[in-house]
Design a protein around this ligand. Structure first.
Ligand code: NAG
Ligand code: NAG
Ligand code: NAG
Length: 187
């Protein structure tokens, strides 16, 4: 029985292209004000790196288009890797919030096209490693929140390139639970 079930699950996994179903709505992001966002409502599952978004559909009738979407929010999904094509789907994207999604990895190539983001929030995930050049192509980013992940260590130069950084939150990680650890970082 279990075997049949797992084969079924495997088939579903292989078959599923990444279709994002959104509720389009205004949301107050507090730090940067109200943004029009795509809040993911379907059970997306991203278990492989470089998974491209194939299609974005929305659940309600609205005059707003993908070009009006400023934020992408996913919570309590199974998103192990940053989806590819976010900026192609939402050219005006200024904020990303992927929270409690078992996100395991984030790499420079995942975010190199997202140059004009203001806020990246990845709270409550399973990220263990931050590569030294992660933010090489993102010098304009303002807020980065990596609270409550599993980051073991962070190279002191990781954030150096972020010339406009207002706020960095890396509390609740193995590397950085003390004030000293944070102040040693060259931000
Ligand atoms: C996306 O999916 C919707 C609904 O299934 C479909 O009507 C639409 O044609 C698709 N768009 C693209 C670009 O594939
Ligand atoms: C982004 O938003 C601005 C202001 O709302 C709008 O003028 C512009 O056309 C949008 N960009 C795209 C690519 O749709
Ligand atoms: C970034 O843009 C390049 C060129 O358009 C494209 O080949 C690549 O897949 C994009 N990367 C992501 C993560 O979307």
């Amino acid at each position: 029985m279990l075997k049949i079930l797992s084969i079924l699950l495997l088939l579903i996994d292989v078959d599923s292209s990444l279709i994002i179903k959104c509720e389009y709505k205004k949301h107050d992001w507090k730090i940067i004000g109200s943004l029009y966002q795509c809040a993911v409502i379907n059970e997306v599952s991203i278990t492989l790196p470089e998974t491209f978004i194939e299609n974005v559909t929305r659940i309600q009738q609205t005059d707003m288009t993908e070009n009006d979407v400023q934020a992408f929010t996913a919570k309590y999904k199974n998103i192990n890797f940053i989806p590819y094509g976010l900026i192609e789907s939402f050219p005006n994207l200024t904020a990303i919030n992927i929270a409690s999604c078992h996100l395991k990895e984030i790499h420079q190539k995942d975010i190199q096209n997202i140059t004009n983001l203001k806020v990246l929030k990845l709270k409550d995930n399973d990220i263990e490693m931050i590569e030294k050049d992660l933010f090489k192509f993102n010098p304009n980013w303002l807020y980065i929140k990596l609270k409550s992940n599993k980051i073991k260590e962070i190279h002191p130069a990781v954030f150096k390139n972020l010339k406009k950084l207002h706020e960095l939150d890396i509390k609740g990680n193995i590397c950085c639970d003390t004030e000293e650890a944070i102040s040693e970082m060259d931000v």
